[in-house]
Every structure is written in structure tokens, then in C-alpha cells.
Design a binder for this molecule. Structure first.
Ligand code: IPD
Ligand code: CA
Ligand code: CA
Length: 264
């Protein structure tokens, strides 16, 4: 079975197991602080267990890097890493805001740039985004590309949750000069929507994004033709460690990148 098919099946199983749980009291159950540093909620645990059970069932030889469960070695001879954010947008999922997803990626080495496959599933409706290196990015069965044309409304995704006053001051011209700034609360799904052409640029300069938040989005954005840069405007890459935190800019083209960067 191809890696992509494994990730797609795991995502479908998460969707089946959590779709009726989101927004219920049961979703919120507190399981203490997970490997990623946030409280693990019951819905996170149910979703992660779904993936781990499936990977064990098919004897997939890998190391899982889960946001809640941490590093789980499923084989002594792993083929690579499954980078798992089983629920991205946990706050939305717990409250029942219909914007949360699963994000699963496969990397052959301890590097973001070694990611070969990624799948992001919108868990509020089951819609799936996926990509494999050099094979394009897809939304359900349709190939997707970032928005290359001049848009009717310029939509600027910008994550400022928990930002310092210094960062808010730096970003202020963007808020002043652009009427359509957006932040929906699930980084992976926002990257997928950017890849589909629904936003022109998506910026997160907080230095808070974990590997699990970005892994699947990394390959989907790249395969959709998007630029993916770090805060110094170099191509984004890093190791897959639990300590790593990144800032990033996903831009549809050089023009929008230059335009927004000239503001800050
Ligand atoms: C969070 C979401 C959110 C982003 C946070 C992430 P989680 O992931 O992606 O949009 O602002 O930085 O931690 O905790 O819901 O998996
Ligand atoms: Ca996340
Ligand atoms: Ca999560």
C-alpha cells in the first residue's frame, strides 16, 4: 500500500471517529499536557488512537511523531516518520466551531524538506486535501494550485494569536491597509485553503508553529506551487524535533510577497 493511501485511510478513520464528538462535553476531557506542550483533550486522544491503532493493524514500519503521544516507535526498521497532528484546531473542535482538521505527513528523514506525502482532512465535513512530492496537490479529486491571478478581493491570512505587543506593532500596517485579513484557528487547514487559492498569502511570525502543525501543509503548499519561506525569507526547512518552533510565510507569488513584506 502506498504511503499516501495509508495517510488517507488513517484520516478517513479519524473523521468517522470524531465527527459526532466535536462540540460535545465529551470532546473536552482533560488528559494533561501532551508532548507538544498543550493540554491533550479527549477528542485529541481519540483521534491519535485511531491513527496508532490503524498503523499497528497494517504493520506500517515507522516512527510516529504525534502532537500528544510524542515519539512512538512502531518498528525497529522504520521506513520513516509519520508526523501526526490528529486534531489541528483543538479549541474549535472542542467548542464546536466547524473549522478543524487532521494533519498527517510522512518524512523519510529528520527534516521538513524530506516530507514526501501529506494529507489534511477538514473534520467538519470530511473534505480532503493531499499531496505527494512531484505529483501535485489535490482537493478531493481535483488538482489545486495557489491563486496566481490578481484577486478580486485580496485575502491576507495572518495568525496573531498570543502575539507580543512588539509583533502586533510590526504587523499593524497590514491590518491598517488590508480590509480582508483572516485567521480561522487551525493552521493546517488554513495552509490547505491557501494551497487551494482561497487566500493570497498566509503569515505566521509568532515563532510558535510546531512541526506537527505544518508538516502536511508543507508538501501541499509546495505541490500547489506556493512559496514557503521562513521569517528571513529563506526556503522553510527545519528538523523534526519536539523543541522546534517556526515562523513562516506562504505566498502565492513574488508580487504579493513583496507587497506585504514592504509593509512591515
Ligand atoms: C494550533 C492551531 C492554531 C495555531 C496554534 C496551534 P492545535 O494547533 O493550529 O491555529 O494558532 O499555534 O498550536 O493546538 O489546535 O493542534
Ligand atoms: Ca496543531
Ligand atoms: Ca493538535
Amino acid at each position: 500500500m502506498e504511503v499516501l493511501e495509508i495517510l488517507r485511510e488513517a484520516s478517513n478513520r479519524i473523521y468517522k471517529n470524531v465527527k459526532d464528538l466535536a462540540g460535545t462535553n465529551d470532546a473536552a476531557g482533560d488528559f494533561g499536557v501532551g508532548a507538544g506542550g498543550d493540554i491533550s483533550r479527549n477528542i485529541d486522544i481519540v483521534a491519535e488512537k485511531t491513527v496508532l491503532d490503524y498503523l499497528k493493524e497494517i504493520n506500517f514500519e515507522c516512527i510516529v511523531l504525534g502532537e500528544e503521544c510524542g515519539r512512538v516507535e512502531l518498528s525497529k526498521n522504520p521506513k520513516g516518520f509519520v508526523i501526526m497532528d490528529a486534531i489541528d484546531g483543538s479549541a474549535n473542535a472542542v467548542r464546536g466551531v466547524p473549522f478543524f482538521c487532521s494533519s498527517l505527513a510522512f518524512a523519510t528523514e529528520n527534516k521538513l524538506s524530506s516530507i514526501t506525502d501529506g494529507v489534511i482532512t477538514n473534520l467538519s465535513n470530511g473534505e480532503m486535501y493531499w499531496a505527494s512530492k512531484n505529483k501535485g496537490a489535490f482537493y478531493n479529486n481535483k488538482q489545486i494550485k495557489v491563486h496566481k491571478k490578481d484577486p478580486i478581493y485580496k485575502i491576507v491570512g495572518i495568525n496573531t494569536s498570543g502575539s507580543s505587543i512588539e509583533l502586533m506593532n510590526k504587523l499593524h500596517p497590514i491590518f491598517e491597509n488590508y480590509n480582508h485579513t483572516r485567521h480561522f484557528g487551525a493552521n493546517a487547514l488554513e495552509m490547505a485553503m491557501f494551497a487551494r487559492g482561497l487566500m493570497d498569502i498566509f503569515i505566521d511570525l509568532r515563532n510558535k508553529i510546531r512541526i506537527q502543525d505544518i508538516a502536511a501543509g508543507y508538501v501541499i503548499v509546495k505541490e500547489a506551487g506556493g512559496m514557503l519561506l521562513d521569517a528571513n525569507l529563506n526556503p522553510l526547512d527545519t528538523d523534526l524535533s519536539y523543541e522546534t518552533r517556526v515562523s513562516f510565510i506562504a505566498a502565492a507569488n513574488q508580487e504579493i510577497l513583496d507587497e506585504i513584506m514592504s509593509q512591515i
